[in-house]
Design a protein around this ligand. Structure first.
Ligand code: SF4
Length: 521
């Protein structure tokens, strides 16, 4: 059985003429004369443009590879006995009483109302366009929003002095959108990659914009190369090449300029450089960030091989990092090569299980273990429970990349339709939002007149997190765990031998074996 579906996908808007061979994805009979709606056929015309999911700027994309072990291969245990973290009294141990708050930071001083944060909302169009919705949604939900790499470098209005960023209206907008609604829980993280570091982005956002949490980035789950975006004009391609980015095809090449004019090439790609992880350099970067005023320093790593995971965990432990986010293969993106998204990296469940094993080894030696967050294809409350349980007691939060954007975009779309309808009827649109959103009246009570200023996309994201909160409380109440810190690996069962072997979670038929014997006498 093949786990993959090469040569056709909704992501690349490609298909096959007849059923494909499972391995190659090529039609079982590829006929001379076919116009080639498959990925190979499209590549014969548009070449490298077909590497990426389309349309750029309007979609997020997630891997469709069906991995041999995923979170569905585990179920959450339930019990009819007792309650942990609250008095075992049916009037007190109710599911709304479950505490879903969490703490990040080496000293636990970053408080979150709910154990999730956004993926890196960076310089792709889909991220830039939906930033306000996601940032405000995070602020009013009491969670963290992550401003991704390359925001300053991509800002057309950015100003530089001696090769360093001195002003970025786009970064200011990003930070202010969050701060305008921030009430003390959650936070904003700004990421830096190789180009950001060269441009002095950390110094700028920490010292001029007052950002407290800064993230070093090694990678992400969707790809093991740097960030990339599409550029629709040759002027933009030339501007970013001049700023030091890798731009393909080379917009300074006269042949490329002719091809763009003729329509053979319709877009350019901006790529970031590969990071080169080095232990000493890592510690120097952390010290540098702390030296320029970062209150918290975090690290995000991708689905790299286990030795790199070990590096991330060990270096983070030694540097007393405030949060380590580990993003598994199978996760989402605003733009990454489609085949790479499907075919590279350690999948999320396996990566998390390796993380658990490595943390156990370090803990046995008395080492500091940073709060860990897991990312990579997670979207609903059962995923949150399972990911926290599988990596307990080390996993404190979950990074939801595509999921929060989905909620924000749907809220935005319905908000636009409702606004149009209310304006047509001569009514106040914000009154329409009270009808549109289940949480509308609650937020109106909370924010009063400012409710009218809330972007509907932010309300959509809040509503989605609110739904997951209740869903998670229900799972936790069923497991009789009344705070996140009580969730442990014994709260899961493995449904297959493979899942049990990968994870060390007990196979369902062997679960509670000793206790069963005792009870049966
Ligand atoms: S060119 Fe046509 S027949 Fe050949 S693999 Fe592609 S879709 Fe199938």
């Amino acid at each position: 059985m093949s786990f993959s579906k090469p040569n056709r996908s909704a992501a690349t808007l490609t298909t096959t003429r007849v059923d494909p061979a499972p391995g190659s994805g090529i039609c079982v009979t590829c006929v001379d004369g076919c116009e080639g709606p498959c990925e190979i056929g499209r590549s014969a015309l548009k070449g490298r443009e077909v590497i990426y999911p389309i349309p750029f700027g309007k979609i997020t994309a997630g891997s469709e590879k069906d991995y041999p072990v995923d979170f569905s291969h585990f179920n959450i245990q339930g019990t009819a006995v007792g309650a942990v973290g609250v008095e075992a009294d049916p009037d007190k141990a109710t599911f709304p009483a479950v505490d879903t708050t969490t703490e990040l930071g080496a000293d636990g001083s970053i408080k979150l109302n709910f154990p999730v944060f956004t993926g890196a909302v960076g310089s792709t169009d889909i991220a830039r366009i939906n930033w306000t919705e996601v940032a405000v949604g995070a602020a009013i939900s009491g969670v963290i929003v992550v401003a991704g790499e390359n925001i300053c470098g991509m800002d057309p209005q950015a100003e530089f002095s001696n090769g360093k960023i001195s002003k970025s209206p786009e970064m200011e907008r990003r930070v202010n959108d969050f701060k305008d609604w921030y009430d003390g829980t959650g936070g904003i993280i700004v990421q830096a990659n190789v180009e950001d570091t060269k441009l002095g982005v950390p110094e700028y956002v920490i010292q001029k914009l007052g950002v407290e949490i800064f993230e070093l980035k090694w990678g992400q789950g969707a790809k093991d190369i740097g960030g990339e975006v599409k550029l629709p004009s040759i002027e933009r391609a030339l501007q970013l090449k001049e700023r030091g980015y890798i731009v393909l095809p080379d917009p300074t090449n006269p042949a490329v300029q002719r091809a763009f004019k003729a329509g053979g090439i319709s877009e350019f790609e901006r790529h970031s450089r590969l990071g080169m992880v080095d232990e000493d350099a890592f510690h120097k970067s952390v010290e540098h960030l702390r030296g320029v005023g970062a209150k918290y320093v975090t690290l995000k790593t991708g689905a790299y091989r286990p030795a790199d995971l070990a590096r991330a965990i060990k270096y983070s432990s030694d540097a007393k990092i405030d949060l380590l986010t580990i993003d598994g293969a199978g996760g989402g993106t605003g733009m990454s090569p489609w085949r790479m998204m499907n075919e590279w990296g350690v999948p999320t469940v396996q990566l998390e299980c390796l993380t658990y094993q490595m943390c156990e080894k370090l803990r046995a030696r008395g080492a500091y273990i940073p709060p860990i967050a897991i990312a990579g294809g997670l979207s609903l409350e059962d995923h949150i429970f399972k990911a926290i349980a599988l990596g307990a007691p080390y996993v404190k939060a979950i990074c939801l990349g595509r999921a929060v954007l989905t909620a924000a975009m749907v809220g935005k779309t319905h908000g636009r339709l409702m606004t149009q309808k209310m304006e047509d009827e001569g009514e106040d649109p914000s009154e329409g939002f009270e009808k549109l959103f289940a949480v509308g009246a609650e937020l109106k009570d909370r924010f009063g007149n400012d409710f009218a200023k809330l972007p509907p996309g932010a309300i959509g994201m809040y509503s989605y997190i609110d739904r997951m909160k209740q869903g998670l409380q229900q799972f936790m109440a069923g497991a009789r765990k009344f705070a996140l810190k009580y969730i442990d690996r014994n709260d899961l069962i493995a449904l297959t031998r493979d899942a049990a072997e990968v994870s060390g979670i007990t196979y369902v038929m062997e679960s509670d074996a000793e206790e069963v014997e005792k009870i049966l006498g």
